[in-house]
Design a protein around this ligand. Structure first.
Ligand code: HEC
Ligand code: HEC
Length: 200
């Protein structure tokens, strides 16, 4: 009994610094690798690279695994993220997703085109019933903050969102749920929704 307790004590003693190092690692990786494209703490620097701070952790985890497995195959995913995620372990992915998901989400930016924003809000909240464009808010949430594997869209860059909607529609980014949701949406409608979401 005494022996087992000592062994257990030793295990806890040895495990604690290892766990602390694993905790620190995603912070370091974000600082030295991810921030080059995704901005400090994943808050964003350019429309080409999505904001990651405050994104749903389960969603981030799923995407990193999709890049690693080469399931997310649009041009930018191939050029940038396949290499970044290719050799990541499940533990590293989990650590990065948890850390980035815990960071405060940046606020969106105001738009000069209030008519486009209003049109986008209407599509997001009501869909376009006669043409089979779904109500985005039903899955992404009224404030577009997402849940679990459904991403937050609020405050994301407009050009990034617009591009993703078209990638789902064209099937380069393979996801059955979002392919169905984007089948009917026109480029004009997609741009309006993206503009609206980027202001939140
Ligand atoms: C050289 C630039 C570059 C670096 C470095 C980089 N990324 Fe990316 N990342 C991108 C681009 C570009 C995209 C958008 C891909 C697309 O359009 O499909 C992206 C997309 C993502 C996404 C998908 C987000 C979403 O909303 O779907 C995640 C998650 C991600 N990156 C995580 C990371 C992490 C974690 C790191 C650091 C380990 C990292 N990236 C480093 C360029 C980069
Ligand atoms: C039935 C639920 C559902 C509906 C309705 C829905 N979505 Fe999605 N959406 C998802 C899921 C799930 C994902 C994650 C897909 C993946 O893992 O690649 C997603 C992903 C996205 C992304 C990618 C975000 C990123 O960071 O890369 C965009 C953009 C998006 N949805 C926009 C929309 C728009 C616009 C509408 C309305 C026209 C809509 N969605 C309706 C479930 C839904």
């Amino acid at each position: 009994m005494k022996c087992r307790l000592i062994a257990l004590g030793l295990l806890v003693f040895l495990a604690a610094p290892a766990a602390m190092a694993a905790e620190k690692r995603p912070v370091e990786t974000v600082k030295t690798v991810c921030s080059k494209c995704h901005g400090p703490d994943g808050r964003g620097v350019s429309e080409l690279f999505p904001r990651l701070a405050g994104q749903q952790a389960a969603y981030l985890e799923r995407q990193l695994k999709a890049f690693r497995g080469r399931d997310r195959g649009d041009t930018h995913a191939r050029s940038y993220m396949w290499g970044v995620a290719g050799a990541m372990s499940d533990a590293a992915i989990h650590g990065l997703a948890t850390y980035l998901g815990s960071r405060p989400a940046p606020k969106g930016e105001p738009s000069a085109d209030s008519a486009l924003v209003a049109r986008g809000k209407e599509i997001f909240e009501k869909g376009v019933a006669e043409r089979g464009v779904p109500i985005c808010a039903e899955c992404h949430g009224a404030a577009a903050t997402g849940m679990e594997e459904i991403p937050r869209l609020a405050g994301q860059y407009r050009d990034y969102l617009y591009r993703q909607i078209r990638e789902f529609r064209g099937l380069l980014r393979r996801n059955d749920v979002m392919h169905d949701q984007t089948k009917a949406i026109s480029d004009e409608e997609a741009l309006a929704v993206a503009e609206y979401l980027s202001t939140l």
